[in-house]
Design a binder for this molecule. Structure first.
Ligand SMILES: *[C@@H]1O[C@H](CO)[C@@H](O)[C@H](O)[C@H]1NC(C)=O
Ligand SMILES: *[C@@H]1O[C@H](CO)[C@@H](O)[C@H](O)[C@H]1NC(C)=O
Length: 726
């Protein structure tokens, strides 16, 4: 106890004299204090509440089953300080009613690792001297409470040698502090521009409130220099980083278009953590110039491979906002990223929608940890929050991916994210498996990003075939509360627009309506996957309806295109309007984006179902230790612990696969591929009605989603699709 106190004193002393945290940490590595206290008070909850209020704490209640022990929290204390809090807070210690009090310390990670799950990479395998390294929980993910249970596998990607070398990222924001000691070395003048000031210096404008700190915070997450004894380590710590200063002034279509189009042949990745108001009533997106800038970027950027635009999905959760009303996140050209808390809970700010592709860790409730990163005025902060955190994290992960394979296209990157992101412990009540076998949710897209999965897949990736587009317009005028179906055999027949396998699906609607917030819109794919394109919005009183607004879903990714696509619009008249006045759907357009052949079978085997049924054999890495598909154990042929899924039985030998083959579905809990019901090619479970497509010779019955040799009454057999058709 005495030793601890003197360490603490020393620590304060050195901070004062030298203002460096490193010395502090090296002298007292175990003392990282939080703003949480344990307090022992006799006399029950009421007495504890009184004392908490008296000294300015919140009482979180009894600590587990320990009688008379309470968890107190003080919001005005610096979180995760390297010193114990003295002053006013020590008065509680002197209160005669308080038996005992202890400020809570963060346990050192090295020690926790030893006790923790051996599957987590050792955070000290790579040791960085950056003082905030130990606070970067979302990277090393070891914790005594195991709150951050699943890895984004960033350490593992680094261990494979990928750190972002030769990849150029820029941050579209309020500027970046280019001489920040943790950014200067990676700062790239050619990836920077000041659109607001119309010059080449993106340095933020300084004011007393540090209003323009956002861009600098995002930049550090991507490419803060590693092992320079300063602040943090960026996810792509050897990438080049620039900044486009464009938010500190009037933002216009011109400003946006300029910003999105800065040096598309030089800049690989554009990260944007901004968008229209997340107030739950705005419907807004890119103007005509910005739309063109996106299209130019994906067509011409990166010498034709396509610029990568990463977007934060929005922070309007508390306002009941829905990210489908944000035209930037809704665009097929942007990679829209959501956030989850360290516990895998839905953060209060999260916006739900079907265009979100993947997720990273970020902040949550006040007691959840936030993100540490570079801050304005050469500082470092541990208070970076919201989905703003998530876009730059993914920009960093994509930088690692582009280093692994610089030839992947903008669509390849989206395919890679779909393939490798995982639901793991992220909690949502809407996880579903689509007909292509991908687990997907409106909160998290395809799940938590997996940096190692990205670099491993990218390394052996073959570019997906050309993108095709199929557009179908329906002019029928219908009242809401109506299922309107479009049957699409058409897309697969016209050679020009042949789409068999779906990527993005866009639904453009023209709706007149007295109160837009009352509408719910869903799209149901031929395989039965339901995407919610819009949920009710409490604050949206607009009578403007939707004027050719484009909703987008990625939930049908990999599914077959042909069949019946159903648009469902439900009108729930709120008390705020005259229920007699109804809306109308005047027109809607379905646009399917995708490929004519199977995206991952670019060698002419896409029509051969029997070949697709072959169970892939995992390749080995040169050391012979690990299945390439991720066995975490010594014997990949009898692997007990696969990173993704295991296939086969213990008796016949298990192999590890990153995705279950046709004829199998992934059982997430057991991390195993299990066999579909007899005759099913794709399924979401074992029972006959959980089929989503059938093996050759059988027909898919859309009425009860089973496979059989004959079609039900009212349907004829369409042999080209092995599916019953109405
Ligand atoms: C960081 O620098 C220290 C010396 O300050 C060195 O011992 C360590 O190996 C370096 N870490 C990495 C990952 O390069
Ligand atoms: C599905 O429906 C068909 C007729 O449409 C019927 O013959 C078959 O038994 C049904 N299967 C199941 C599992 O309900």
């Amino acid at each position: 106890m005495n030793g601890q106190v003197s360490d603490t004193k020393m620590c304060i002393f050195f901070i004062f004299i030298l203002s460096t945290l490193e010395i502090c940490q090296s002298l007292a590595p175990r003392n990282v204090y939080t703003n949480h206290w344990a307090v022992r008070i006799a006399g029950g909850q009421e007495e504890a509440d009184k004392l908490a209020a008296k000294y300015g704490y919140n009482n979180y209640g009894q600590i587990g089953s320990l009688e008379d022990h309470y968890h107190f929290h003080h919001s005005r204390v610096v979180r995760r300080a390297a010193f114990s809090t003295r002053g006013a807070h020590s008065f509680i210690q002197m209160d005669p009613k308080v038996d005992w009090v202890q400020q809570q310390l963060v346990k050192q990670r090295v020690k926790r690792y030893i006790k923790s799950d051996t599957r987590s990479p050792d955070p000290n395998f790579i040791h960085f001297n950056d003082p905030k390294w130990s606070n970067m929980w979302y990277i090393h993910c070891t914790d005594k409470n195991n709150r951050c249970r699943s890895e984004m596998n960033i350490l593992a990607a680094w261990q494979r040698g990928y750190t972002g070398k030769n990849v150029v990222v820029t941050i579209l924001d309020d500027g970046i502090e280019r001489n920040h000691p943790d950014l200067a070395q990676n700062y790239d003048q050619l990836a920077s521009y000041d659109v607001n000031g119309n010059d080449h210096d993106p340095t933020p404008r300084y004011d007393s409130s540090n209003e323009n700190k956002h861009g600098t915070r995002c930049a550090g997450e991507v490419a803060a220099v590693a092992n320079n004894s300063h602040c943090i380590v960026g996810i792509a710590y050897n990438a080049r980083i620039g900044g486009i200063r464009m938010l500190d002034g009037d933002v216009t279509d011109v400003v946006e278009a300029k910003s999105l189009g800065v040096r598309p042949d030089y800049i690989d990745i554009y990260s944007a953590s901004w968008g229209p108001d997340d107030d739950g009533k705005t419907v807004d997106g890119p103007g005509p110039l910005a739309k063109q800038a996106f299209e130019m970027g994906i067509k011409k950027g990166r010498k034709g491979l396509g610029s990568i635009f990463v977007w934060a999905s929005g922070n309007g959760g508390r306002q009941g906002d829905h990210c489908s009303c944000d035209g930037y996140t809704n665009s097929i050209y942007t990679i829209s990223i959501s956030s989850t808390t360290e516990n895998g809970n839905k953060p209060w700010y999260l916006e739900v929608c079907s265009s979100t592709l993947a997720t990273t860790y970020s902040s949550g409730e006040f007691y959840d940890r936030k993100i540490v990163t570079t801050d304005l005025r050469q500082r470092c902060t541990d208070g970076h929050t919201g989905t703003s955190v998530s876009a730059p994290m993914v920009a960093g992960v994509i930088a690692l991916t582009l280093e692994a394979n610089p030839l992947v296209s903008w669509r390849d990157i989206q395919h890679l994210l779909v393939k490798t992101s995982r639901p793991v412990h992220l909690k949502a009540n809407d996880w579903k498996t689509n007909a292509a076998g991908h687990r997907v949710s409106h909160l998290y897209g395809f799940g938590l990003v997996d940096a190692e999965g990205m670099v491993v897949e990218a390394k052996k990736w073959r570019s997906v075939p050309t993108q095709h587009t199929c557009t179908r317009i329906s002019w029928e005028t219908v009242r809401p509360h109506y299922h309107n179906a479009v049957y699409i055999p058409w897309c697969t027949e016209q050679a020009e627009q042949h789409v068999s396998y779906v990527e993005h699906v866009v639904v453009k609607v023209l709706v007149v309506h007295p109160r837009r917030g009352d509408l719910e819109v869903s799209l149901i794919s031929p395989s039965g996957t339901r995407s919610q394109l819009l949920a009710k919005r409490l604050f949206d009183n607009s009578n403007e309806g939707f004027r050719n607004w484009e909703f987008m879903t990625v939930h049908c990714w990999g599914e077959r295109a042909e069949g019946q696509w159903i648009l469902e619009i439900i009108d729930n008249p709120s008390s705020l309007r005259n229920p007699e006045v109804l809306g109308k759907l005047k027109e809607w357009t379905l646009v399917l984006y995708g490929t004519s052949g199977h995206p991952y079978q670019s060698h002419g085997t896409q029509h051969s179902r029997s070949r697709m049924l072959k169970i892939p054999t995992p390749s080995r890495d040169p050391n012979g230790e690990c299945g390439d598909q991720g066995c975490d154990g010594p014997d990949p042929d009898h692997c007990l612990n696969c990173i993704h899924y295991s296939l086969g039985s213990l008796k016949t030998g298990r192999t590890c696969v990153s995705h279950c083959p046709l004829g199998f579905y992934d059982n997430l809990e057991a991390r195993r591929c299990r066999r579909c019901h007899k005759g099913c090619e794709r399924c979401v479970g074992r029972t006959p009605t959980e089929c989503r497509s059938c093996r050759r010779g059988l027909y898919f019955n859309p009425l009860n989603t089973t496979c059989s040799e004959t079609c039900p009454a009212g349907y004829f057999a369409d042999d080209s699709k092995s599916s019953g058709v109405a």
